[in-house]
Design a protein around this ligand. Structure first.
Ligand SMILES: Cc1ncc(COP(=O)(O)O)c(C=O)c1O
Length: 452
């Protein structure tokens, strides 16, 4: 396999940084003059963009973004799945305009009929019969964990090493070399020792799951059906079935978080692979970019919650948010699910992700790079390891910040945006084969320069 010449990489990265700075003076100026923003950005994670500062947005439609310097980009980041429906999809825009204009009301403390329509569609897609809404997947996860602790009477959560489920305290775990549960490095101001709330296990390792469950104190196993936030780590055959069986055996609930993995199809992995979660969480994509999230539960869990009449689900019990389920987000979800993220849109998106994967794979093979690419429906991600990592820890070890920044900047300087937190590309209903081929050609050129 070809090894990376680090000196050559450092030189290429310098060139791309210089080009980025020359190309984007408008973005740089806005960043440098943002004296009243913590970290100079509206949210500190926006400093993750390669090149030292983010590109500033002018316009975004479909899979095209224009920055304040007038450059147009093919957007494969798509708001890290928040804009999986494409930017400002027509039906969602119309529904939102109608809601806030003609009809009026953004948030009123009252429901509209849209909520039941959306819940029924979520049932059709994912199978869970009862739904509740939030504004983010983070909140949906937090509230779902509370319900799980309530109905099982158990205190802890099992989470996989290097998982990500939003800013959910219980899930910032990694497994130590001896299988111990450790706080993931970099965690900001943890409220308590992670070992009080969580046991870590390794994805694709049922023995580690059973070891954790055998303590008898796990209320819920929370997982994505394939890890997506440490690169894509697909489940090996039998892993998810084994997980379901172990949860049942040890009286733990299974929470499947499909916030990203809905890329697998209109009903996510849950529909595609016939999964049987007790609790289901999703966010980001549902509202075409308007904030929303949801969790679904089984009738059995709903019954078990009713056994705790003192659990305050309507006021200050720790489940809920004033703007959650507001009529604007339910209108946006109805339009996005009903008219944009349709079955035929998924067929188109998945075919393009396949084309994207093949384009990248071809370059990896041609140059015998020590890399791999993994596809999950409409998304694909390359990783600096071959074979593809099979656990979160393996995948974390494959991280190469310099290489990632070089490839991301190489793309951005030539009009293609990758997701800042990943080497991930996501397709939306308006992505075209030509967009994918542009990426393939640029990727080939970036790698050609790297190997010399
Ligand atoms: C699997 C998963 N769940 C939950 C979240 C949290 O989403 P949000 O930040 O919109 O709350 C994320 C965010 O990346 C995610 O990837």
């Amino acid at each position: 396999m070809t090894s990376i010449d680090r000196e050559r990489l450092a030189g290429l990265l310098e060139d791309e940084r210089a080009e980025h700075s020359l190309r984007t003076p408008g973005s740089r100026k806005l960043y440098e003059s943002a004296d009243h923003l913590f970290g100079r950005v509206p949210m500190t994670w926006m400093n993750k963009w390669s090149g030292g500062y983010p590109l500033y947005l002018a316009t975004a439609h479909g899979n095209r973004i224009t920055d304040v310097d007038g450059h147009e980009y093919v957007d494969f980041a798509l708001g890290d799945t928040g804009a999986m429906a494409g930017h400002s999809p027509e039906p969602t825009v119309r529904a939102v305009q109608r809601r806030i204009g003609e009809e009026g009301g953004i948030t009123t403390m009252m429901p509209s009929g849209d909520a039941e329509w959306v819940a029924a569609d979520l049932t059709r897609r994912f199978g869970l019969p009862l739904w509740s809404f939030s504004l983010t997947a983070t909140d949906a996860n937090r509230w779902a964990l509370r319900l799980a602790r309530l109905v099982t009477g158990k205190p802890r959560v099992l989470a996989f090493s290097f998982c990500y489920h939003g800013a959910v305290d219980e899930t910032f775990v990694m497994m130590g070399p001896d299988g111990e549960t450790l706080l993931r490095s970099g965690n900001v101001g943890p409220s308590r020792d992670i070992r009080d709330t969580t046991r870590a296990a390794e994805f694709n390792d049922l023995e580690s799951v059973e070891r954790a469950l055998a303590h008898g104190d796990i209320a819920v196993v929370i997982t994505e059906p394939a890890l997506t936030n440490i690169g894509i780590v697909l489940p090996e055959p039998g892993f998810l079935d084994g997980l379901r069986e172990l949860c049942t055996k040890y009286g733990a609930l299974l929470l499947i978080d499909e916030t990203h993995t809905i890329s697998a199809g209109p009903g996510g992995c849950t529909q595609a692979w016939g999964l049987q979660p007790d609790i289901f969480v999703i966010g980001k994509s549902l509202g075409g970019g308007i904030p929303c999230g949801a969790y679904g539960i089984t009738h059995e869990i709903a019954e078990r919650v009713r056994d705790y009449p003192d659990a305050d689900l309507v006021d200050v019990g720790g489940v809920g948010g004033t703007l959650a389920g507001n009529v604007l987000s339910t209108a946006a979800m109805r339009a996005t699910l009903g008219e944009v993220l349709t079955d035929s849109a998924f067929q188109h998106m998945i075919a393009l992700a396949t084309r994207y994967r093949e384009g990248v794979d071809d370059v990896i093979a041609r140059h015998d790079m020590p890399w791999s690419i993994t596809q999950l429906g409409a998304r694909a991600e390359y990783r600096f390891a071959r074979p593809a990592p099979r656990t979160g820890t393996d995948s974390a070890n494959a991280y190469d910040g310099e290489l990632e920044e070089y490839l991301h900047l190489f793309m951005a300087n030539r009009g293609v945006l990758m997701t800042p937190f990943h080497n991930m590309a996501l397709m939306c209903p308006t992505t075209t084969a030509a967009d994918v081929d542009l990426h393939s050609a640029l990727f080939a050129e970036a790698v050609r320069r790297l190997v010399g």
